[in-house]
Design a binder for this molecule. Structure first.
Ligand SMILES: Nc1ncnc2c1ncn2[C@@H]1O[C@H](COP(=O)(O)OP(=O)(O)O)[C@@H](O)[C@H]1O
Ligand SMILES: O=C(CO)[C@@H](O)[C@H](O)COP(=O)(O)O
Length: 550
């Protein structure tokens, strides 16, 4: 047995749309155990599809919070079954899908503080712990009215962008809270505290309601991202007495306190184990990627997201600017595309019987550029641009031709359908990233993560459309790794003699582990000549879909 410091482990979680994942890293930040709980298949009693349920009204999506609590019970049991030694865990942190909100009842807060280690968490943090049992998540797009009201109240969307880094988006937590306040006023009044999904996980481990961190807090249209404090104007525009329900926001590097006695007694965590502020899954993915500012980070989870670091917030009113999770003086740019994996999955089911190997064979059997066939599939209302519908163009369709808005009904083969989907998705992502100010150039490198990043055929299309080499890390789950890395860094800062200068987050992590980047795909030489004109055609197609809903 080595010295105690070398026996310490760090536990990270990622509560994303479809799963709860856990990872245990040793003192050299290498994986020693991992486990996951898939909501649809492991918790069928909640009847989710892709981890969520549609609400009764258009664009409404929700989750029952108890499902997430139950998933925590199960994932910890699964770690123990793998003989993970939880008595070595020095610090815990987590990532959570962004924007979702949980509304704690008075009873829920006292239950958190007095958990009985003889019982499951879900038997104690049950429906009565929350005043809203069908809690909105990021897929919910039903708050257009509240967005307008909030922006109007603070003087328009430019003002909202200046303050919070984003104009009001339907899924952002502020408009969602306002909807609860307006439509379920009693529930809002009874809510003692409001958590994000990330700070909810921190609360379970802490045994009291945990603060929201600046990065995930930037996805609410409530935080002043420059001042790193709730904006009074935005709070007032949202709902009354909101500051006391949110509590003070903190840096993602904050050690919040010791783990709840429940985990010490039930799972043998050491009493010294510290809980570190949790953050959103996208900021956590950026933290897990350990890359510098030349890189474009691409997460292919349920949503496709692009992430980049900025020293100063870019001047664009679409997209999102968040407080950076690890470089505390900097910002991160985030673009989120709703029509990501679920659209690919639907196409895989129809055209390749749900078999990704077959899907890839079909994708690879068509040439780059797809003989001039292109498609845009916004099955659900896309976030940027706000557009819905499907449009297929063959080589003869031109932006000004009379049938441009109808396009063609179906392509002649599954091969063409599949390539048109993947090329169309990546052209969409590139066009929006360029609008945000990301410059694709000879230095650009892409790092891919998330569930679909194991698919090399899709990564090759990204390399070609972005005209940049694509890398992956050894572990395909950057958000999860980021959670455990941050736990290690915050504890290092917490224990550091204050007279000694602290290493940066990246230097700390890289002093313990290597980055393990693997180059997986390089762009073909003719890529730019093929995809530059297609980018213009894509823009015309997206414009047609966008005009359709205006
Ligand atoms: N081989 C594959 N090729 C393409 N997509 C895949 C593959 N394996 C899994 N996926 C996609 O990954 C998605 C889940 O990614 P994940 O990052 O776990 O999601 P989340 O973190 O949002 O819960 C699934 O919706 C699935 O479509
Ligand atoms: O809404 C956003 C980001 O703004 C989503 O990216 C959610 O954070 C869900 O993440 P995944 O489960 O798709 O990783």
């Amino acid at each position: 047995m080595g010295p105690p410091q070398l026996q310490r482990t760090f536990l990270g979680f990622d509560l994303s749309t479809q799963k709860l994942k856990a990872i245990l890293l040793n003192s050299s930040l290498t994986v020693v155990a991992s486990a996951e709980v898939k909501f649809d298949s492991d918790l069928p009693e909640f009847r989710t599809s892709g981890g969520v349920s549609p609400g009764p009204n258009k664009h409404e999506f929700f989750v029952q919070p108890v499902m997430w609590v139950k998933a925590v019970d199960i994932v910890l049991d699964r770690l123990v079954m793998q003989e993970a030694d939880l008595s070595t865990v020095a610090a815990i942190s987590a990532a959570g899908q962004q924007h979702g909100s949980l509304y704690w009842s008075k009873h829920g807060i006292s239950a958190l503080q007095s958990l009985d280690p003889e019982k499951f968490l879900h038997a104690q943090i049950d429906d009565s712990a929350f005043v809203v049992n069908r809690t909105p998540i990021w897929m919910d797009a039903s708050t257009t009215k509240q967005c307008l009201e909030m922006e109007t109240a603070i003087g328009g969307h430019t003002q909202m962008v200046q303050l919070t880094g984003s104009k009001c988006y339907e899924r952002f937590t502020g408009p969602q809270i306002r909807k609860i306040y307006q439509q379920r006023t009693h529930a809002y009044e009874d809510a003692q505290r409001i958590s994000l999904v990330s700070s909810f996980l921190a609360s379970l481990f802490l045994g009291s309601v945990a603060p929201i961190d600046f990065s995930d807090g930037s996805g609410m249209n409530l935080l002043d991202i420059r001042e790193k404090a709730w904006s009074k104007a935005c709070l007032n525009a949202c709902a009354p007495d909101l500051d006391e329900r949110l509590g003070q926001a903190v840096s993602a590097n904050t050690v919040l306190g010791g783990v709840s006695e429940y985990f010490v007694k039930r799972f043998c965590f050491p009493a010294s184990c510290q809980v570190v502020a949790c953050t959103g899954d996208n900021p956590s993915a950026l933290a897990g990627m350990l890359v510098d500012n030349d890189w474009l980070s691409v997460s292919l989870g349920t949503s496709d997201t692009l992430m980049m670091s900025f020293e100063k917030p870019p001047n664009w009113e679409e997209g999102h600017v968040l407080c950076h999770p690890t470089q505390t003086d900097e910002f991160m740019g985030l673009l989120c595309f709703r029509n990501g994996s679920l659209v690919r999955e639907a196409m895989n089911n129809v055209e390749a019987g749900g078999d990704w190997v077959k899907f890839n064979e079909l994708l690879e059997s068509t040439p780059r550029g797809n003989f001039g066939n292109m498609a845009v599939h916004f099955n659900d209302m896309e976030i940027i641009p706000k557009a819905k519908g499907t449009l297929r163009w063959n080589k003869d369709c031109l932006p000004n031709s009379p049938d441009a808005s109808k396009g063609v009904i179906k392509f002649s083969s599954p091969q063409i359908e599949i390539r048109a989907l993947i090329e169309g998705q990546m052209l969409h992502h590139r066009a929006v990233a360029e609008d945000m100010g990301f410059q694709f150039g000879t230095n650009t490198k892409v790092l891919a993560t998330g569930g679909a990043s194991i698919n090399k055929s899709i990564l090759q299309v990204i390399a070609d459309v972005f005209n940049a080499p694509v890398h992956i890390q050894n572990e395909s789950e950057a958000a999860l790794m980021g959670a455990a890395y941050r736990a290690s860094y915050a504890l290092y800062r917490h224990e550091l003699d204050q007279t000694v200068p602290a290493l940066s987050y990246r230097d700390h992590v890289l002093s313990l582990t290597s980055n393990n980047l693997q180059l997986v795909c390089e762009p073909h030489k003719d890529s730019e000549s093929i995809y530059a004109p297609m980018l213009e055609r894509y823009k015309a197609m997206a414009h047609i879909l966008q005009s359709g809903i205006l």
